[in-house]
Design a protein around this ligand. Structure first.
Ligand SMILES: Cc1ncc(COP(=O)(O)O)c(C=O)c1O
Length: 375
């Protein structure tokens, strides 16, 4: 028998794979009840009907390869964001771009810096590229930018900041990031992951806070790459479209590293249509803000302290084994995310759903937690 591990470099052999939130079908098979998914921060209202129609309209042409540069979509995004088209690179989801960025900028001996309890793809992308990820402790469930800056050394090439942060839902305000960026050494590129940008901007307007200067950084020619996605407010997580905005020369290296034709024709059509459907985005934002309030309040009434969110999910410390709570919730028909893989074995992340989904979650959560108090 061949030992295939001998063909695989050590940094790939020791790579921990990504464990996604369970699909409703998988959970239903395991628990034999109908399940709702509140585990992966998707849009509970589904895709825009305009995006669905746009995908249907291109299906008959699917014998033809898609536009490798997603030119129409790229032009529309450049127009929307006030940048040049060559400053934008589209990929099959922004996770794909994270992998490309790491493979382009890192190599054995080089490192990236981020916070602990941040996006689970940063360690995977970094290690797959042969680099080392330095994760600094958090401060009150938030990125500690001082600690991040202090961890940078001569071999650092990337800093990842998830803003808002997944899974804690916390935010770094624009003035703090301005100061941080001003002090960064020349050899480091800041990857500003704004997957939850629309939600955070909506909250920031409500709460009177200066959220993000990310596009200004790009326009000033700073060493910053901004990541955005169609997976969240636009409800297209299953279609896979994301993008980066940054300095044109750097983006051209990332573009070369892409898998050819990786953004499918239906994905390009869907994203272009979703971009025009402001009403669909708005519905998701308004519901999310209202329901974040309601869900947070209900959890507080039950004696928990969810971290105030700037995104479409709540992070909540339970004080007991979260994997077991998640299992019991699944038996009640609700899939949430226990955060053991993030090093927070007693915390959960729950996606903010429709009012009906949140009511189902709360009812199930109460039943499950009451039973664990009785034990
Ligand atoms: C912080 C963060 N970045 C990026 C992504 C990836 O989004 P996608 O690959 O679906 O575009 C997510 C998705 O959950 C996320 O939470």
């Amino acid at each position: 028998m061949t030992d295939f591990s001998q063909f695989v470099p050590a940094h790939i052999r020791s790579l921990g794979g990504y464990t996604p939130g369970k699909s409703p079908r998988q959970a239903q098979r395991e628990s034999h009840v109908n399940c709702i998914k509140m585990a992966s921060n998707e849009n509970p209202w589904g895709p825009s009907p305009k995006a669905v129609a746009a995908m249907q309209a291109v299906l008959n042409d699917c014998n033809i390869y898609p536009d490798n540069d997603s030119s129409d979509l790229r032009d529309a995004l450049a127009n929307r964001h006030g940048v040049q088209p060559d400053q934008i690179v589209l990929t099959a989801g922004s996770t794909s771009l994270l992998g490309i960025i790491a493979r382009t900028l890192l190599a054995p001996g080089l490192n990236a810096v981020t916070s602990e309890r941040s996006f689970i793809v940063y360690p995977i992308a970094t290690q797959a590229a042969g680099g080392q990820l330095i994760q600094v402790p958090m401060r009150r469930d938030s990125f500690d930018l001082k600690a991040v800056a202090a961890a940078v050394d001569g071999n650092t090439r990337i800093i990842y900041v998830s803003n808002p942060n997944n899974p804690t839902g916390t935010l770094v305000a624009a003035p703090d990031l301005d100061g941080f960026l001003d002090k960064l050494p020349e050899h480091v590129i800041l990857i500003l992951d704004e997957a939850y940008y629309d939600f955070a901007r909506h909250f920031a307007t409500q709460r009177g806070l200066d959220y993000s200067h990310s596009l200004q950084y790009v326009n000033q020619g700073r060493k910053v790459v901004v990541l955005r996605t169609f997976s969240k407010t636009h409800g297209l997580a299953g279609v896979r479209v994301g993008y980066g905005i940054g300095p044109a020369e750097l983006m051209s290296y990332f573009a070369r590293m892409r898998t050819t034709f990786s953004v499918s024709a239906p994905a390009q059509a869907a994203a272009l249509a979703a971009l025009q459907d402001e009403a669909h985005v708005q519905k998701a934002l308004v519901n999310n803000a209202e329901q974040a309030e309601r869900l947070g309040e209900s959890l507080r009434e039950l004696g928990y302290e969810p971290v105030p969110t700037w995104a479409n999910f709540l992070y909540c410390e339970l004080g007991e084994d979260a994997a077991s709570v998640a299992e019991r919730l699944q038996a009640e028909g609700v899939i949430i995310r226990p955060l053991g893989p993030w090093g927070a074995a007693t915390a959960i992340r729950v996606t903010i759903g429709t009012p009906e989904q949140n009511a189902i979650f709360l009812k199930a959560f109460k039943r499950v937690m009451e039973r664990s108090m009785v034990k």
